[in-house]
Design a protein around this ligand. Structure first.
Ligand code: PEP
Length: 246
């Protein structure tokens, strides 16, 4: 275990209901027993569960985040939308922005930039997702894509202390395939050295599981993981954390 904080961010996507919260007792118990380690566990459930989850986690160090927000900081006539202030009001401390599943639905770098600005204004921490598609990777455009996503996504944001980058290659999400260790090492260093010199926290996301985490944790510049599928099963989530910190 290194001396730095390691993040374990659970992205539940569009899964989970009130009954799913019961399963978290195992993770709560686990987190209480790990006082000596510098862990940040963040659960990002669907919006419907943010309030009940943050209540349940009140006496723990586990934090709660949201998975997206509207770009407007102000209230307004935006049917079906929720802004960052509303999320903060119900207990969210973080918000995931720029996730590829939302980029695929049409979110642009400019829109993500507005969302990040609004979330900063509300006092949320941002887990800012970037990553190339398989086609872009095959065309050897990975660095070019990441550079664009970072530059446009963080445009005019000078104070980046609340921003954590999550590098999530799109071709790795939900596929069981992870980048080769050497490639991931290079990409993480590229992100870190060129674009976020001052507050360089970088997570890796994409098919993290109990088998591959022993390889992934060797990447020196990684500050933790954004975990989708495996985070919905407490035993797997705990296993990933244990294998990373031990
Ligand atoms: C994600 O969607 O952010 C993610 C990392 O998913 P998975 O772990 O299931 O690949």
């Amino acid at each position: 275990m290194t001396n730095k904080y390691m993040y374990f961010v659970a992205n539940w996507k569009m899964f989970g209901d009130l009954r799913s919260l019961n399963s978290l007792d195992k993770v709560i118990k686990f987190s209480k027993n790990y006082k000596k380690n510098k862990l940040k566990i963040v659960y990002c459930p669907p919006n419907t569960l943010i309030r009940p989850l943050s209540r349940r986690l009140k006496k723990t160090k586990i934090e709660v985040g949201a998975q997206n927000c509207h770009h407007s900081y102000d209230y307004g006539a935006h049917t079906g939308q929720v802004n960052s202030t509303m999320l903060k009001n119900v207990g969210a401390k973080y918000v995931i922005l720029g996730h590829s599943e939302n980029r695929q639905l049409g979110e642009t770098d400019n829109l993500i930039n507005l969302k990040i600005k609004s979330a900063i204004k509300s006092g949320l921490k941002i887990i800012f997702c970037i990553g190339e598609t398989l086609k872009e990777r095959r065309q050897k455009k990975t660095n070019q894509i990441l550079k664009r996503q970072i530059e446009k996504g963080l445009k005019s944001i000078n104070n980046r202390s609340k921003i954590i980058i999550a590098y999530e290659p799109v071709w790795s999400i939900g596929t069981g395939v992870i980048p080769k260790e050497a490639d991931l090492n290079k990409t993480i260093s590229f992100i870190k050295s060129r674009f976020i010199k001052k507050y360089p926290k970088i997570l890796y996301g994409g098919s993290v599981n109990t088998n591959n985490v022993s390889i992934l944790k060797k990447i020196p510049n990684i500050d933790g993981f954004l975990i989708g599928g495996a985070s919905q099963i407490p035993k797997k989530f705990i296993d990933i954390i244990q294998k990373t910190i031990n």
